[in-house]
Design a protein around this ligand. Structure first.
Ligand code: FAD
Length: 438
């Protein structure tokens, strides 16, 4: 009989977090079936969270397949850690590892960018001009940050004059902390933004806001700061019940919000930011600003004719079925991860649930059977609200909350256990996922 934990002690909770990581690591989806013999040529574009996890699983699942991964990036980035780096809680190298260290024997890594995809001829051209023919293609190159879209902003500004941009990578996240920590000490107006486009980890702009506010208050400088959050959307989070919770937290903490404010540009000398709003252009002063630029599918995807023609036309996400992730016009192609044109799911947590679906679809295509697995839009966001406290927000395509630990971890409560999930268990689970074990 399962023993229920009604009022768990700290020790029990720690055990739970650890076992959650292990449970996920051993996850229900780890495939143990006999390898399928095949000579299929499979090309995977991108060796990030999705591409790496899938390659590890396919190597175990298939025998004789020719699996080729394309990615020029030598270093693998554990992106969820960037939030912690930008709050001075982890060093920049916390998020870094070597791409090659995660890849199994039996796949060929070509350290180049995919420069063109021809879905009619079923070939991928690399930057150096190699042409790779495929039977099946998985498009998993993540997304690109369009920093140029913010007038007056460039990445070399990050870390100085009160400018942060934590999405840009570990070095920039560390520089973001330089600027943000100055704000937590000296005070002034802190202006936290997010883009109008779809974005990865939509909770991250809020996490940064909450953490920097908390750090300033802990340092006794709460009276010196004026924290403001500006977003193009009409609500603070895409899931209504979560938006309401965040609105209440903002109220409790004295954080002001400016909705329907889309960052257009900054004047770094005058420390002013310009936003477009339904009522025209508005300027706001800042002492610290956090810039998260618009996000789009990489150019190679947009040029290949794989994007939706009638949705997200400025962003170019891959046209695919939201349950199977299979391309709607090219059945030998799947989208995986941030690049997928589905209504939710630009998180590593989503990738964890998408990878088995793509694996299942691909193996079914090889064996000529029907796929059995579908993706329900699961995404999760351990939303840090202060140091040592987070809400473990999990939801699906229908905005239903789908808690992994119902009755134990309340999704909308600020809990230490949920913080632990982000701080400790998430990386372990992420690493297990990369190995194809979660
Ligand atoms: C600040 C921040 C905080 C986050 N916090 C969380 C969190 O708390 N929880 C969570 O679950 N998720 C979080 N995420 C999101 C998560 O990291 C991403 O959703 C996940 O990494 C997406 O995986 P992916 O494989 O689609 O893309 P990526 O992991 O970004 O990998 C894409 C890979 O493709 C390669 N590539 C790009 N173009 C090409 C090309 N033309 N040819 C070949 N290769 C190419 C890149 O070099 C890269 O290695 C966060 C992200 C950020 C930025």
């Amino acid at each position: 009989m399962t023993k229920s934990i009604k009022n768990p002690t700290r020790r029990q909770l720690f055990g739970l977090a650890a076992s959650a990581g292990v449970a996920a690591a051993l996850g229900a989806h780890a495939s143990a079936s006999t390898p399928v013999p095949t000579k299929a040529r499979i090309v995977i574009i991108g060796a990030g969270a999705g591409g790496t996890a899938l390659a590890n699983r396919l190597v175990r699942r298939l025998e004789g397949a020719e699996i080729t991964l394309l990615d020029p990036r030598v270093q693998h980035l554990y992106q969820p850690g960037l939030t912690l780096v930008a709050a001075g809680l982890k060093p920049a190298d916390y998020v870094l590892s070597q791409t090659g260290d995660w890849l199994p024997d039996g796949v060929t890594l070509i350290p180049e960018k995919a420069a063109a995809i021809d879905p009619e001829a079923k070939t991928v051209a690399t930057e150096s001009g190699q042409s790779l023919a495929y039977d099946f293609l998985v498009v998993a190159p993540g997304l690109v940050l369009d920093h140029d879209a913010i007038e007056g902003f460039s990445l070399d500004m990050v870390g100085q004059n009160g400018i942060g941009a934590l999405y840009a990578g570990p070095e920039y996240a560390a520089r973001t902390w330089q600027a943000a920590s100055k704000f937590t000490e000296e005070g002034g107006v802190g202006l936290f933004t997010r883009p109008e486009t779809e974005m990865k980890c939509a909770g991250a702009p809020l996490k940064h806001t909450f953490l920097i506010d908390d750090i300033a208050k802990r340092a006794g400088n709460g009276g010196k700061i004026d924290v403001q959050y500006a977003a193009p959307q009409t609500s603070l989070f895409g899931v209504p019940i979560v938006a309401e919770k965040v609105r209440m937290l903002f109220g409790d903490r004295g954080i002001t919000s400016h909705m329907q404010h889309q960052l257009q540009g900054i004047d770094a000398d005058r420390r002013r930011a310009r936003f477009s709003t339904p009522d025209g252009s508005v300027e706001l002063d800042y002492d610290y600003i956090h810039v998260i630029p618009p996000q789009r599918a990489p150019e190679v995807v947009r040029q290949s004719g794989l994007s939706w023609a009638d949705k997200w036309t400025d962003q170019g996400w891959v046209e695919c079925d939201m349950a199977s992730l299979r391309h709607l016009r090219y059945p030998e192609i799947w989208a995986l991860g941030d690049v997928a044109g589905v209504p939710k799911g630009k998180t590593a947590a989503s990738v964890k649930w998408q990878v088995p679906v793509v694996e299942d679809g691909l193996v079914a295509a090889i064996t000529g059977t029907d796929p059995t697995q579908t993706y329900n839009g699961y995404t999760s966001c351990p939303m840090i609200t202060q140091i040592g406290r987070a809400m473990l927000v999990e939801f699906d395509y229908n905005d239903n909350l789908v808690p992994s630990f119902p009755g134990i971890i309340a999704p909308l409560e600020e809990l230490w256990i949920s913080w632990l999930m982000k701080e400790v268990a998430l990386k372990a689970t992420y690493n297990a996922m990369l190995r194809g074990r979660a």
